[in-house]
Every structure is written in structure tokens, then in C-alpha cells.
Design a protein around this ligand. Structure first.
Ligand code: ADP
Length: 459
């Protein structure tokens, strides 16, 4: 367009200039020729005059149109996306003024484009950084925007084409119902819902009407609360389990006390049995409360891991010495070894003692008379390992994945008989994890068990 205008302008200028020059030459040329006394043949004079006029017209036209061409080129570059395209104005005439106006307009446009881009990038950054899934839906249920959290929540792996329908990219009827409810009522809706495909997720979804350019749309914000719900469930289960665990010894104590009060106190043949039962159950209660506190402290990280250098041979000598009497009573041989004897590492002494103690205690408890328990410490690669082997009853395969859960017991009666709280292995697992390590079990019923605690040697 600009080039067309420039060409037309050039022609008009040249033509106008030619007319003026011709008029001037027709009047002035004969006078000059007469004044100078030159005699020229009329056709030669006329021809010279015409050539002079044409040359002057051409030069004049080029002087005017060249800057215009530069402006045209710059405008073309600018519209093609080169926002740095500018014209260098020469002189002070109207064309230079036009060039300056063009540059000014380009600067302003550039600034506006930059502002729009910055705003868009900011919004994009905020949306992508949000943990909430955000979906903007147009009047025909087409997707106008979806952030990566929403794609993750709705398990959308492939890129979403703009304008796709929500039902085309995800199969979540509850969400579609929610959006429809907003479209129909024009009111915001808040709902807790579950999406199932491909994994089950619990969401708190909030949908509100939104005025899109093409008509009323819906803005959907989703917050995944699967973990919160799972934790709530775990807490409920834990409270129920603890209540149950506390109730059992309390009921036994109460039963014994009532029997004593009902007359057994005066029965010298049996009163000691009831008092002994009360003593045993109160020890169990004490142990349960101790284990619960230990677990709570490790879990809430109130008890921060206090790393101190531990010479493992000395540590095991001190800690396992106290289990020798328990092992002797159970007719189990307890032995330990460290390879090399100078092995040492950094760990929380109290927590480590608790974990090794629980594993050793279990290895003795769930063993047979004449059985053995062997505790070994060694280095494996970058890890310090404690391995507790026993020749005991072993653990069925089906129970193996659950034995580190709180209050999980393979044989409830045996655990009760031996004064178990069902928390020993949960504590072991937490100690390992709070040190950045892990615990592993290998066991088969009748073939004994092997528990391996691994700690990073730098911990
Ligand atoms: P408990 O106080 O009942 O011993 P734990 O958390 O220490 O609780 O252990 C959970 C369950 O794992 C036990 O009840 C027992 O059934 C099983 N278990 C743990 N250690 C051993 C082992 N060395 N041999 C056989 N079974 C074991």
C-alpha cells in the first residue's frame, strides 16, 4: 500500500514539476538565448530544453521518493515482525517529519507489545507455578487455557490443542457435571469429588462463571487433597488402634482388681496371680506409652537427629550386653561381630540403640529354644549395614510388606504373650529414614528372618 502511495506521489511530483519547468523554460529560454546572442536551430534548442527539464524532474523526484521508500521498507519490516526497524530522518522537511512520526509510532508500539508480552509471561508463569489446577472453559465447553497442574491432576499427558472440548481430553464426568451446573445456574460451585482414571485422586474443585470474550465461560480451580484425605484416614485408624491397644491391658487390670475386691484378696492361693497380672499389664501399658512417645517424637522430628561419631564395636558391646539375660531366659544364643572392628560412623546414638534393640528383641522373642540370634555390622559400598539374623519362626510372604506398619502383627497372641506393642518395627523404619537410610527384611516361615538396616556412611 505504502509503495503504491509512494509511486503515485513520485509520478505526481515529477509530472507537476515538469509542467512548471516547461512553462518557465518556454517563457525564459527565448529571452536568455536572445540576451546571449546565441543562435540555435529551433529543434535543437527545444530538444535541449526538454532533456534539461526531464533530468531536473528525475533528480527532484528521486530526492523526494527515496526517503519515502525508506519509510515504506521500515514499515514493511515492522509489520513483518522486526520491531526494531526504524528510519533515519534527514533534514527538516515534511518527509523527515513523517519519518520521525513513524519512529515514534514504532517506539510506542514496541513498548505496548513489550508490556503485553511481560503481562502474558507473568500470568503464564503464575499459572504454571501454581499447585492448583486451573482450567478456563469457553461458552461451548471448549478449553481456552489449562495449566500443567491441571494436566497432571487430570492425567492429560499429550499437548492440548486450543479449542478442544474438555470431554475430549479427559474422562471425568464429575468435573463436567460441575461445569454444567455453573453454566446452568450462573453461580459458583464448590465440590469435593473423586476422579478415577487412570489413578484415583480426590479433588476439591471450585468452578465459577467467567466472562469470556465469546460469551459466558467457566473458571475451574482444582486442588488435590488425596494425601490430606489419606492422612486423615491414617490418623483415624491410628487413634482407633491406640484406643484398642490401651483398652486391652486396662480391661485386664480392671478385671483383676474387681476380682480381688470381690473376695480374691482374701484368697491366699490366688490373690498373687491377680496382682501379678496387674503388674504385667501395667508394664505393657508403660511400654506402649513409651513406644508411642518415641514414634511420635521421631515422626514429628521434634527429636532432631543428633549425629555423633559411633565406634560400632563398643556401641554393640554396650547395647547388646543387656539382651544377654533375655536371650538366656528364652534359651537363645545371642552373638555379635563387627568387621572391621574399627568401623565407625556418624549417627544418633539413642535412636540407633532403639532400632538395634527392637530388632534384637524381636529376633529373641520370635525364636525357638536352642535358637540363635546373630548381629553383624559391616560396610557395603558407601553404606554401613547392621544385619540381624535369627533362626526363629520366620514371617509369611503375605505379611512381609506390612510388618513395618504401626500395630501390625503376624500373630497377635504371640506378640501379646511376649509383651509386644506392635510398634517396634515402625520405630526401626522411622529411625532408618530419619538418618537417610532404609530397612529390609528377608524371611520365610520356619527358616528364620534376616533384617538389614542400612545407613549412608556419611550420615
Ligand atoms: P511386636 O511388638 O508385636 O513385636 P513389631 O513391630 O516389633 O511388633 O513387629 C511386628 C510383627 O512382625 C510382630 O508382631 C511379629 O509378628 C513380626 N516379627 C517381627 N520381627 C520378627 C522376627 N524376627 N521373626 C518373626 N516375626 C517377626
Amino acid at each position: 500500500m505504502l509503495s503504491f502511495i509512494r509511486k503515485r506521489l513520485a509520478w505526481k511530483l515529477t509530472f507537476g514539476y515538469l509542467l512548471v519547468c516547461s512553462a518557465v523554460l518556454i517563457v525564459v529560454a527565448p529571452l536568455i538565448v536572445r540576451l546571449l546572442g546565441i543562435t540555435l536551430l529551433p529543434p535543437v534548442g527545444t530538444g535541449l530544453a526538454v532533456i534539461l527539464v526531464l533530468l531536473a524532474g528525475l533528480i527532484f523526484s528521486l530526492r523526494v521518493t527515496r526517503p519515502l521508500r525508506r519509510i515504506t521498507d521500515a514499515a514493511r519490516k515492522f509489520s513483518g515482525g522486526d520491531f526494531d526497524a526504524r528510519v533515519r530522518p534527514r533534514g527538516e522537511d515534511e518527509v523527515a517529519e513523517l519519518a520521525r512520526a513513524f519512529n515514534q509510532m514504532a517506539d510506542q508500539l514496541n513498548e505496548k507489545i513489550r508490556q503485553v508480552e511481560t503481562g502474558r509471561n507473568q500470568i503464564q508463569g503464575i499459572l504454571e507455578g501454581m499447585i492448583e489446577g486451573v482450567v478456563v472453559i469457553g461458552p461451548s465447553e471448549e478449553l481456552l487455557l489449562i495449566n500443567s497442574a491441571a494436566r497432571e491432576i487430570l492425567s492429560i499427558e499429550h499437548p492440548v490443542k486450543p479449542g478442544s472440548l474438555l470431554c475430549e481430553v479427559t474422562r471425568a464426568p464429575e468435573i463436567q457435571d460441575l461445569i454444567r451446573a455453573v453454566s446452568e445456574t450462573g453461580r459458583p460451585q464448590l465440590k469435593e469429588l473423586t476422579v478415577y482414571a487412570p489413578v484415583e485422586r480426590i479433588l476439591r474443585a471450585q468452578a465459577a462463571p467467567y466472562a469470556a470474550e465469546s460469551g459466558p465461560g467457566v473458571l475451574l480451580v482444582m486442588h488435590e487433597i488425596t494425601d490430606i484425605k489419606r492422612l486423615e484416614q491414617l490418623r483415624r485408624e491410628f487413634v482407633a488402634n491406640v484406643s484398642h491397644e490401651l483398652k486391652t491391658p486396662l480391661a485386664a487390670i480392671r478385671g483383676s482388681v474387681e476380682t480381688l475386691l470381690d473376695g480374691a484378696l482374701q484368697d491366699p492361693a490366688h490373690n498373687r496371680t491377680f496382682v501379678k497380672a496387674i503388674a504385667e499389664e501395667s508394664v505393657r501399658l508403660d511400654r506402649l506409652v513409651d513406644d508411642l512417645l518415641t514414634l511420635a517424637q521421631i515422626e514429628s522430628r521434634q527429636e532432631l537427629v543428633r549425629h555423633e561419631p559411633i565406634l560400632i564395636q563398643t556401641f554393640l558391646d554396650q547395647e547388646l550386653q543387656r539382651y544377654l539375660a533375655v536371650a538366656q531366659r528364652a534359651q537363645v544364643t545371642l552373638e555379635w561381630s563387627v568387621n572391621p572392628t574399627s568401623l565407625s560412623f556418624l549417627a544418633d546414638r539413642r535412636q540407633l540403640a532403639q532400632a538395634i534393640g527392637n530388632l534384637t528383641d524381636n529376633a529373641i522373642k520370635y525364636n525357638h529354644p536352642e535358637g540363635t540370634v546373630r548381629v553383624q555390622a559391616f560396610r557395603q559400598g558407601t553404606e554401613i549395614c547392621f544385619r540381624v539374623d535369627d533362626s526363629g519362626i520366620g514371617i509369611p510372604e503375605v505379611d512381609l510388606p506390612r510388618i513395618f506398619e504401626r500395630f501390625y502383627r503376624v500373630d497377635k497372641d504371640r506378640s501379646r504373650e511376649t509383651g509386644g506393642t506392635g510398634l517396634g518395627l515402625a520405630i526401626v523404619k522411622h529411625v532408618a529414614e530419619s538418618h537417610g537410610g532404609s530397612v529390609q527384611v528377608i524371611s520365610r516361615p520356619g527358616s528364620g528372618s534376616c533384617f538389614i538396616l542400612r545407613f549412608p556412611s556419611a550420615s
